[in-house]
Design a protein around this ligand. Structure first.
Ligand code: NAP
Length: 463
């Protein structure tokens, strides 16, 4: 243990795994703290920075993406270094990090998704919304997803904001999307789309939706698609009415849904149908292709603890569809050498301190932030106080002498190690260059940027 850790003579050496919002907020909180000197090395397996802001936020929501400017400022701090294109677990291990850093923060998000667990789920064109989002946003791992958009009808399962994003992208015209940073291949595929009916299907009722006001409002302003809501499905049971009393945001959602039910179709060529109290039970496949989804009708039942549950009625409805996007929540994945709770899908922690389930004690010097800490909830901004909370836990531990000094804190050691292993890491300066190229290409074509998708192409530009 070292007393002067965090002093100008011996800055605290912090590693952050993951260059998304929660990682950047943790970096900023450490670099800005006035009482301690910290240097931050951030690692990401991808070349590009910004995580979900680049690869998750919808391309037609550029105002949300503006937050990346704040991350750029953090990345420009002299105490910050970036190591992009470095895979935790193979290029660099948990043991390496322990040797070279006093503290480690995991900001890895929730990289997997939940399944429905119904027959037929593995048929082609049964995709997770996560994959579909990653595809149109140019995540290198999903560029070849190749969804079949020749179908006429698509079902989106779940009523969160991700469901709204994918439904809206399917519903929008090329004109509405061409001025965004959607990838060229996705725009080309969407321009040939035959999808006319998009069903957003909720297992519970309109009082239990997870989407927010702005997302449901947007559905009423689409150029070539009408939102369709069945008045009969907006009738509310007593428990639901009581549960949302005084909830202005939920009331506003309902106002929009009621207005859509009243207006009905205005004859636009595409339709976004909101359907409630339905759970998919089987994907019906004919000749290897999905043709419909069988749904069980639900009713709502209050349960102890105040929540309201969907219960199957034994009655069924079949919706013809050639595509299903399950949008039922993201899920974490385990990292080698790091505790993981597979039941909740998060890294077990107390106020950001990683807990070892074997001993029920905090793992010295290791912390977690963001979705890996609390699960896949909240908007981008939610991550700021969340990261600050974990960083404060770390500073508390530091002040109480609970942080052990790394064996080899020399900042050059990690660079030498990566070079020895032949890892072509990408620095913050290099990422800035790529970012500038993308923005420049965008200017030429009237878009915020043109994303370079292929990592090899990014490296070629740099080298
Ligand atoms: P979410 O908000 O948690 O929504 C998940 C949806 O899936 C819920 O409607 C849930 O219904 C449903 N669901 C779960 N299991 C199901 C099952 N087995 N069968 C049928 N339905 C099921 O998750 P998300 O949409 O993935 O979004 C993740 C987070 O990112 C959220 O906090 C969201 O607000 C945020 N986000 C924000 C924006 C934005 O600000 N524009 C955009 C995208 C995402 P129940 O309620 O019945 O469980």
């Amino acid at each position: 243990m070292s007393d002067n850790l965090g002093s100008p003579a011996r800055p605290l050496r912090a590693a952050i795994i993951g260059a998304g919002p929660s990682g950047f907020y943790a970096a900023a909180a450490m670099l800005k703290e006035p009482n301690h000197k910290v240097t931050v090395d951030m690692f990401d397996r991808l070349i590009a920075q910004d995580g979900l802001v680049r690869y998750g936020v919808a391309p037609d929501h550029q105002n949300i993406k503006a937050v990346a400017k704040t991350y750029d400022r953090t990345a420009a701090d002299p105490g910050f270094r970036y190591f992009g294109h470095v895979n935790f677990g193979t290029d660099i291990t948990h043991d390496d990090l322990k040797r070279h850093y006093d503290v480690i923060f995991y900001a890895v998000g929730a990289q997997s998704d939940r399944k429905l667990g119904i027959p037929g789920e593995d048929v082609p064109n049964s995709l997770s919304a996560t994959e579909f989002v990653a595809w149109y946003n140019g995540h290198p791992d999903f560029q070849h997803l190749d969804p079949d958009l020749s179908v006429e009808s698509a079902i989106v399962v779940g009523v969160g904001n991700v469901a709204m994003d994918v439904a809206r992208i399917l519903a929008k015209s090329v004109d509405e999307l061409k001025g965004t940073d959607i990838t060229g291949y996705a725009l080309a595929a969407l321009s040939k789309s035959n999808v006319k009916d998009i069903y957003i299907v909720a297992r519970r009722g309109p009082a239990q939706v997870k989407f927010t006001n702005a997302e449901v409002r947007e559905m009423g302003h689409l150029e070539i698609a009408d939102p369709i809501v069945l008045d009969s499905e907006l009738r509310m049971d007593r428990a639901s009415s009581a549960a949302i009393e005084g909830d202005t945001s939920m009331q506003k959602n309902l106002d929009y849904l009621r207005a859509y039910a009243e207006i009905g179709s205005r004859g636009k060529p595409r339709r976004v149908h909101f359907r409630f109290l339905l759970s998919p039970v089987e994907i019906i496949v004919e000749n290897g292709k999905m043709v419909a989804v069988k749904m069980e009708k639900n009713e709502l039942r209050p349960i102890t603890g105040g929540d309201i549950k969907a219960v199957g009625t034994g009655q069924f409805e079949t919706i013809p569809a050639g595509m299903i996007l399950r949008s039922v929540g993201y899920k974490g994945t385990a990292l080698p050498g790091v505790p993981y709770d597979s039941r909740s899908g998060v890294i077990p922690n107390e106020v950001g301190r990683i807990m070892d389930p074997a001993t029920d004690k905090a793992v010295r010097g290791e912390y977690v932030v963001g979705w890996a800490k609390r699960g896949p909830t909240g908007v981008i901004g939610t991550n700021k106080p969340d990261s600050i909370e974990s960083v404060n836990s770390m500073f508390e531990d530091l002040e109480q002498g609970k942080v052990a000094a790394a064996q080899d804190p020399n900042p050059d050691a990690i660079v030498a190690l990566l070079k020895d292993r032949g890892v072509r890491f990408v620095t913050a300066d290099e990422w800035r260059k790529l970012d500038a190229v993308e923005v420049q290409m965008g200017v030429a074509t009237g878009k915020p940027r043109v994303k370079i998708v292929e990592p090899a192409e990014m490296l070629k530009l740099l080298d």
